[in-house]
Design a protein around this ligand. Structure first.
Ligand SMILES: [Zn+2]
Length: 464
């Protein structure tokens, strides 16, 4: 055999060997562990402020079923969501990663508006561990269009009747008032699924009722629970409470179903909001900015190995949900994908000490329906927030002179901006933000897109 042929053969042999090794490694990686963990039910409450739930001290009884869940499990009093924009926040819940890492950064805009395929989701990890994964969502902003369906065998968003091209304007603005469904419709579908699904299951339920005034509870429920209010503003706030109450009632149907089918105690239940709502606080009615009424999220765990009736006051983040679920599902650490969050299990153990986590949140392309991509309401766009202990800093990248510093212990309503009084704190927290490389160098609008990307989007109907 001449030298060239010998060398080639050697090369082929090496390649074949590498391929076999790769196959073996891949087979090992993919081989599911026998699923022995509990069922997992993740419920995301869209647009639900923690302080409007009775288990978080609200004086109206808006959340009877969630209150009971909290009594039977662990309630986190200081959980922070990583964005106040629906798909961005959900992507953090579902990946354990901050928005600047998972890359789904905007809802309104033509780029970075979809969870990358390369991201590993909670559903993908549980699926590979032998779980049967299904999701029943209630609004377009958590549909396949945003990539949050990765890993789900069943992804029910059948209510979406219009094409994305119709819901998303050519300028990249998503109309959130189209293609949504009420809590009873989502629950009906979920219960039919639960009656027939195999175990262990991972079920994600997303409820949208408090998001939109058009999504009203049935007339009989309104007659019973709606109250009159002195002003139009109070009327809107009262309707928000009724919508939460209706959503809670429907969630109660799910808990009841699990109890009646004997699976409640074998199911890990996690309830979290993707963000809150302004309701007029800080002169802001909706969401998408970074004050506490927007990013302080209710967070409750209940299930096997979760103690009952415990409240944890340490700072927690929604990126911590995925590692917590994976630990409670009994997965070995080596099966965990890279995540920035940490398991919250040690925080509820007796004798726990504060791990002093730092929470991050951002808001980019805070567009209104009237502003095209590339322009924005600058006052509320490109906001980058960090909470470390009592201190919270909101950096306004477009108008740094309007950045804000609050001491949440002394001023929980964020009324007094201490930026000028505590320059050292500003420097410290801004240094933290800079180290994350979280501030995009260019606006996430059309102007940064390549001709190729524009051509692709045009072929899909997103760009005229
Ligand atoms: Zn939302």
């Amino acid at each position: 055999m001449c030298e060239i042929v010998a060398r080639k053969w050697d090369g082929i042999r090496k390649m074949a060997c590498a391929a076999i090794c790769l196959l073996v490694v891949t087979a090992c990686e993919r081989a599911p562990e026998p699923p022995t963990g509990p069922n997992v039910l993740l419920i995301t409450l869209d647009t639900t402020r923690a302080d409007r739930l009775s288990c978080y001290g609200y004086l109206e009884r808006t959340s009877e079923n969630l209150d009971r869940l909290a009594e039977q499990g662990v309630l986190f009093t200081r959980a922070i969501t990583q964005a106040a924009v629906t798909p961005v926040s959900h992507a953090s819940i579902l990946t354990g990663q901050n928005p600047y890492t998972h890359g789904l950064r905007v809802m309104h805009g033509l780029t970075e508006n979809r969870l990358r395929e390369s991201c590993v989701t909670l559903a993908e990890v549980l699926r590979d561990a032998g779980y049967h994964c299904a999701a029943f969502v209630s609004a377009f902003p958590v549909s396949e269009r945003f990539g949050v369906h990765q890993g789900f065998e069943t992804f029910d968003a059948d209510f979406i009747l219009d094409s994305p091209a119709k819901i998303v304007s050519p300028a990249g603005v998503v109309n959130t008032s189209m293609n949504q469904r009420r809590a009873d419709a989502t629950t009906d579908r979920a219960l039919a699924h639960l009656a027939a699904c195999r175990e262990p299951f991972f079920l994600w339920l997303h409820y949208f009722d408090p998001h939109d005034l058009k999504l009203r509870p049935p007339r009989a429920f309104l007659m019973e629970h709606a109250r009159s209010a002195a002003s139009a503003r109070e009327q809107l706030r009262a309707m928000y409470d009724v919508e939460i109450r209706y959503m809670d009632q429907q969630i109660g149907r799910v808990f009841e179903h699990l109890e009646q089918s004997g699976r409640l105690d074998d199911t890990l239940i996690v309830v979290v909001a993707d963000h809150g709502e302004g309701l007029g606080d800080h002169d802001w009615w909706t969401h998408g900015i970074l004050y506490q009424e927007q990013i302080h999220a209710p967070l409750i765990f209940r299930g096997p190995s979760v103690p009952a009736g415990k409240k944890v006051d340490y700072l927690a983040r929604t990126i911590d949900i995925m590692p917590t679920v994976l630990e409670l599902a009994g997965l070995k650490r080596e099966r965990f994908p890279p995540m920035e969050g940490h398991s919250l299990v040690p925080l509820w153990r007796d004798g726990a000490t504060d791990p002093e986590y730092v929470a991050y949140a951002d808001s980019i392309n805070m567009l209104t329906y009237r502003t095209p991509v590339g322009s924005s309401d600058e006052k509320n766009d490109m906001l980058f927030g960090v909470i470390d202990g009592a201190w919270k800093y909101i950096h306004h990248a477009l108008r740094p002179e309007e950045s804000e510093l609050y001491n949440l212990e002394d001023d929980p309503l964020e009324l007094t901006n201490l930026r000028d009084a505590y320059p050292n704190q500003v420097t410290r927290l801004l240094t933290d933000l800079r180290s994350r490389n979280c501030i995009p160098k260019k606006p996430l609008g059309r102007e940064q897109m390549s001709e190729d990307d524009l051509r692709r989007l045009r072929s899909l109907g997103y760009v005229p």
